[in-house]
Design a protein around this ligand. Structure first.
Ligand code: FRU
Length: 479
């Protein structure tokens, strides 16, 4: 067991320097100390300190899992990296310590996660060959974990569910503990063809150890074959289901990524499909998780990445020994019938300095950039991040925002690593914009967080220019 953690130390010794000197390294965004990172896990505030765990493949920059990484912070922006807390080292989780969540109670941390097992052989890993077990570990300090306790196994899931059952999110409500799990249900269409249906399983427990099936949540419509990373919470009196449906057909201005992530408002009698809104319209966003901070804020962090994309969306950090990062922690608020998402207020407290852009151009090099625009009134604005044609162009007009790496001759700018174009529409003309660039990640918040676009961008420091063109008022700050 110790051996699995020793291997990570050795890899850090070997590659840590390369990662640390990478020009694409982020400053405020959680990134892997070495190797690959995906979903945020176990987000919580524990004894005043914020803990973020993440799906971690330190030994393979192309993923494959194996660990839960760990970092801690007092301000949600400066993170101290700790040793991993979980490794795939038992019978139940030997192929992966998959995603999960934290529950803090009476000064103790409880981490719920999925142990994945893929049996060797010629299996489809949907109906056969996979074992999904829900496990629990406990901790006094967020770092040292108790032995792993099995909570639910294949024998505990309903008959019509495939072997894909994972990503427990656990919370306490009205004196009982509740768990929601992502699931893939076996289903057939009218012609008898297999057409699986995504959904969620709901379990309830009096003591966090014994769980009973309480219900199922799914869509009566055709809404994806699998729902990953479900999260169920209340926001200003609304019941919100956040989840990642896989298998939705792409539309010109909706569902533009391979897999989707969004939320539905669970109103009486409404189907989750009816109210579904995507969390993010950019290229790189998936598997978000929320938690409630001690001050009552509902904070969301997503993975700024996407599974199964390595052919088309390259991350140029791979040559430097690492890949992917998490998004800025963002506060959720309910407004105008939907959820708005803006970076946590701690961001403004970092000590930003005003920057002068001469004729609309600023060279940001190794600085992080915060550009605010207002009084846009739906008029055309263009923000260009990059040098010459090797750039990301953010274009706003009326209710429409577009992020594009397409150069005038139709080719894709190298700094996008294969990313092309994304479009999103706000419910009203664009009035405000906030653009944040931290090295290789750009996040664009439209109309105070009504729409958000997250994308990775790979510019060498000497290519890091920012151009602003438009009629809106604007202010640039750097740090
Ligand atoms: C989402 C996901 C989860 C799973 C984890 C494995 O990106 O596929 O469903 O638990 O990643 O790393």
């Amino acid at each position: 067991m110790g051996d699995a953690f020793q291997k990570v130390r050795e890899e850090l010794n070997r590659m840590g320097g390369t990662v640390a000197s990478c020009p694409f390294r982020t400053r405020f965004h959680i990134m892997p100390p070495v190797g690959w990172l995906n979903d945020p896990n176990g987000l919580c505030q524990f004894r005043g300190v914020f803990h973020a765990y993440f799906q971690y493949s330190p030994l393979n920059v192309h993923g494959g899992g194996g660990y839960w990484g760990h970092c801690v912070s007092r301000d949600l922006l400066t993170w101290d990296y700790q040793e991993p807390v979980l490794a795939a080292d038992t019978e139940e989780d030997k192929s992966g310590v998959y995603s999960g969540s934290a529950l803090v109670e009476d000064g103790r941390m409880y981490l719920f996660y999925t142990g994945n097992v893929k049996q060797p052989g010629d299996y489809d890993y949907i109906d056969a060959g996979r074992i999904s077990t829900q496990l629990l570990v406990e901790s006094e300090d967020g770092q040292a974990m108790s032995a792993k306790e099995k909570l639910l196994g294949m024998e505990d899931y309903p008959e019509d569910v495939t072997q894909h059952v994972r990503d427990p999110k656990v919370w306490k409500e009205n004196g009982a503990y509740h768990m929601i799990l992502g699931a893939r249900f076996r289903a057939w269409d009218g012609e008898g063809r297999r057409r699986d249906q995504g959904g969620a399983l709901l379990y309830v427990s009096p003591d966090k150890h014994h769980w009973r099936l309480e219900g199922e949540l799914t869509s009566q419509k055709d809404f994806g074959y699998m729902w990953e990373c479900p999260d169920l919470f209340s926001l200003e009196g609304r019941r919100v289901l956040s989840f990642c449906p896989q298998g939705l057909a792409s539309e010109p201005e909706r569902f533009q990524n391979l897999y989707q992530s969004g939320y539905s408002l669970l109103e009486e009698g409404a189907d989750p499909e009816d109210t579904f809104v995507e969390w993010d319209m950019g290229f790189d966003f998936y598997a978000p998780q929320t938690f409630e901070a001690d001050d009552g804020r509902r904070i969301l962090i997503g993975w700024s990445g996407m599974p199964d994309m390595e052919q088309s969306h390259r991350n140029l950090s791979v040559e430097h020994g690492w890949q992917h990062c998490l998004t800025l922690p963002a506060e959720l608020v309910f407004r105008e019938g939907r959820i708005f998402r803006m970076p946590v207020r701690e961001l403004d407290e970092l000590g930003w300095e005003p920057a002068e852009a001469e004729q609309g151009m600023y060279r940001w090099e190794n600085k992080a950039v915060k550009l605010r625009m207002w009084e846009i009134g739906g008029e055309e604005q263009e923000i260009r991040i990059g040098a010459g044609e090797n750039a990301l162009v953010i274009h706003v007009s009326q209710d429409r925002t577009e992020l594009s790496f397409r150069m005038p001759d139709g080719r894709i700018a190298p700094c996008g690593g294969g990313r092309d174009r994304r479009v999103g529409r706000a419910g009203k003309p664009v009035e405000q914009l906030l653009v944040l660039v931290d090295s290789s990640i750009a996040e664009v918040f439209v109309n105070d967080g009504e729409l958000v676009f997250t994308t990775r961008i790979y510019l060498e420091p000497e290519e890091r220019e920012l151009w602003v063109k438009g009629t809106g008022k604007w202010k640039l700050e750097v740090i």
